[in-house]
Design a protein around this ligand. Structure first.
Ligand code: ATP
Length: 299
């Protein structure tokens, strides 16, 4: 059975009577990349802070690695929303210090920290002070700081903020590699393209409540329009079961009514229509996010 790395059950967190997290339940399994999404103020950071034992829940239950929050800090890595490393310390020094705090002996921590600096292309900055690094470089350093003690569960709040496209690629590669090593990653971000590229399952929170939860591909399938995209060099006539046809260059978006994509494909083959590309249309996660959050507003 897949191991639960995180279990949140009916979590309620209030600030002076305002309910920021409202009966929220979700689970994160070993080895997955889990996306925690939601509009500004939805309650993501509050939920994460409860998991990290910064706040106590008002109601409900949270279990991290099968134990109450705060029990096993060495096995968790956390990149908080608010950034801030010791600005006057030197880059390598900071990493070694943080690793030691999490129980890694200095002789192990030092080469490991150097190897990570190498990986994120900061090794030439090892002896410089943190405050001399650019914002993006500090971001990469903080990312490394959250995992230098080799945690099993990584909680990353907006890890890509302020990174250029090359460093975003670097970060994506590292997260995939960590997953390849069996680590579990909880990723909170507003960048939906990154969620689509990385996440296995997602939770979308709105007003402190879960509004979408499950495997990303399943959610995308559920919200898919009943349409296909077809690339063909020929003009298209009316086709049975096609209610609407939109054309952009040589690609058609065909809205289906009463037939499956397979049945349409069969018709195309029967009519000798050359098919250069054929795919079932999906909606970008960004559109699903906006639609679901707007729906919540109207309700
Ligand atoms: P963002 O995407 O903007 O970071 P978020 O989903 O992380 O948002 P939270 O920071 O968890 O949202 O905030 C949830 C709600 O709780 C917001 O309405 C916020 O104003 C409120 N809130 C958060 N922290 C506090 C606090 N310390 N005291 C009072 N209210 C708070």
């Amino acid at each position: 059975m897949t191991q639960k790395m995180l279990e949140v059950h009916n979590l309620v967190k209030r600030y002076n009577g305002f309910t920021a997290v409202d009966a929220l339940s979700f689970e994160v399994y070993e080895g997955e990349i889990f996306g925690l999404l939601g509009p500004n103020g939805a309650g993501k950071t509050t939920a994460i802070r409860t998991v990290m034992d910064i706040f106590r829940p008002d109601e409900g239950r949270v279990e991290v690695l099968g134990q109450p929050p705060g029990t096993d800090r060495e096995r968790i890595g956390y990149l908080p929303e608010e950034r801030g490393l010791y600005r006057d310390l030197r880059v390598l020094e900071v990493l070694v210090y943080l690793a030691e705090l999490k129980g890694i002996p200095r002789p192990v921590a030092r080469p490991r920290a150097l190897a990570w600096l190498e990986r994120v292309e900061l090794v030439d900055w090892a002896d410089r002070r943190v405050k001399d690094l650019s914002r993006g470089m500090q971001q990469k350093l903080q990312f490394v700081a959250s995992l230098v003690h080799d945690p099993e569960l990584l909680i990353l709040d907006e890890p890509f903020l302020g990174l250029d496209p090359i460093n975003v690629e670097l970060g994506k590669g590292l997260i995939r590699e960590l997953q390849g090593e069996g680590k579990t990653v909880v990723l909170s971000t507003h960048q939906m393209n990154l969620v689509e590229a990385l996440c296995d399952r997602i939770l979308l929170i709105n007003h402190g409540r879960a509004v979408l939860y499950g495997p990303l591909d399943e959610i995308k399938r559920r919200h898919a329009p009943h349409a296909v995209r077809l690339r063909t060099p020929t003009a298209l006539d009316v086709l049975p079961g096609v209610a609407r046809m939109e054309r952009r260059d040589d690609t058609f978006t065909l809205t289906l009514e009463g037939i499956t994509p397979q049945e349409l494909l069969q018709t195309l083959v029967e009519r000798n229509i050359p098919v250069e590309a054929f795919e079932v249309a999906t909606v970008p996660l960004e559109e699903i996010f906006i639609a679901v959050v707007r729906e919540g507003k109207d309700a």
